[in-house]
Design a protein around this ligand. Structure first.
Ligand SMILES: [Zn+2]
Length: 168
């Protein structure tokens, strides 16, 4: 009961400790999927926008949020899924982009036309720089990497394969 009305700042801190199931080096707050946290009297309302609709990780994320808050004594939680506006890689902050790069994944580029604005398959027009050596000479090897939101590239200079977090 002590934490029943924990400040929303504290709650944001707790949520920052929840890793994304697909990219555990990023928290759900880094990803920008937590859109709103506020109290409605005795009930805490959290709004989450999944990275893309039908994301299989969404139910796992919801369970992590519930369990994390339950551990802190918050029992009355309303978890709302908001699909519009759709999540966009524009919501990834600089911290998230730096963490992606540190993990060897080329972050979405500002110059890239988001996938949601392109016809299918047309997204590969822009190629990301190699996160390992910085070379711009990279070639796409697969539209999907370890997850649907990533594509696979190979560097023409250091010959290392790497993943690119596509721009949505
Ligand atoms: Zn390279």
């Amino acid at each position: 009961m002590v934490n029943q009305q924990a400040s929303t700042e504290r709650i944001w801190e707790w949520l920052s400790g929840i890793p994304d199931p697909e990219m555990p080096f990023l928290s759900i707050v880094d990803l920008g999927i937590v859109r709103d946290v506020h109290w409605e009297e005795e009930q805490l309302r959290i709004v989450v926008t999944p990275t893309y609709s039908g994301c299989p990780a969404k139910s796992h994320i919801d369970a992590s949020i519930r369990n994390t808050l339950l551990d802190r004594g918050i029992e009355h939680l309303a978890l709302e899924t908001r699909l519009s506006p759709a999540w966009s890689t524009d919501w990834l902050g600089d911290v998230a982009k730096a963490k992606l790069l540190a993990a060897g994944i080329a972050p979405p580029m500002a110059s890239e036309v988001p996938m949601r604005k392109l016809e299918y398959r047309a997204w590969s027009i822009a190629t990301p720089s190699c996160p390992l050596c910085g070379s711009a000479s990279t070639t796409v090897r697969g539209e999907f990497g370890s997850t649907l939101c990533k594509s696979l590239y190979v560097c023409g200079d250091c010959a290392n394969p790497f993943e690119h977090f596509k721009c949505f």
